[in-house]
Design a protein around this ligand. Sequence first.
Ligand code: ZN
Length: 219
Amino acid sequence: MSTETSTNTNTVTLVNISTEKWPPRHRTYFGSLVVRSPEPGEPYAITPIRGCTGVMDLGDKRIMEYRITAREIAEDIAREINSDSGEGSFHGVFVAAGPEPTELELADARRRLEEFQRRLVAAADLEWERTKNPMFITDLERRAARQLGLEKPWLYDPKPLAECPVCAEKIKHGVAVCRSCGAILDREKAAQYGLVAAGRKERQRNQEPQSQAGIETGK
Ligand SMILES: [Zn+2]
C-alpha cells in the first residue's frame, strides 16, 4: 500500500506549446484527461500526470493489478497526440525531464513544431499548384500557415455558393445579377453599375426636384 501511495504522488510534467485544443484522452486506468493548451500570451501549458494502477480482468473473478508510472502515461499521451497526423507529425506536446520544461526542451519543441508546420505548408503548396482547389487544403495546413505567419492563396476558405431564388442556379455571394437567368438579386448594386434603372426609392427621392424643375419651366 505504501508503495502505491508513493507512486501516485510521483508526477511528471506534460508540456504543450501548441495553442491547439485537444479532445480529452481516455484510458481505462485513469478515465479521462484533458491536456492543457497555453492561453494567449503563455509560451506553454503544463499538465501534471500521475502514475496509476491498472486492473486487468483475467476472468473467473480473478484480477491482476499492474503499475503504470507517470512517465509511461505521459509519454503515451504525448505520442498519441503528436502522431495524430501521420508519420513524423508533431503537435508540440512533450514530457519534460524535470518539473518545469527547460529552455533547451522548449526550443527543441518549437523547432520540431515549426519543421512539421513547414512540411504541411509545402504539401499544401504542391496540392494548390496541382488543383487550385481550396477543398483539398486541410484545416491543419491552413492552421500551420497562419501560425507561421505566411500569406497563401489557399488560406482563404471561399464562402459556399448561394442559390438564385428565381432559377436555383448556384451563385456567388454578393452578385448583383444572376448570370443564369438575369434576375436582379441586389437592386442597389445593380443600379450602381448601371445594370438596372434606379429603384423605386430613388425615384421617389428624386420626385421633388423634378417637379420643381417642371414649375420653373412654366408648365
Ligand atoms: Zn437565376
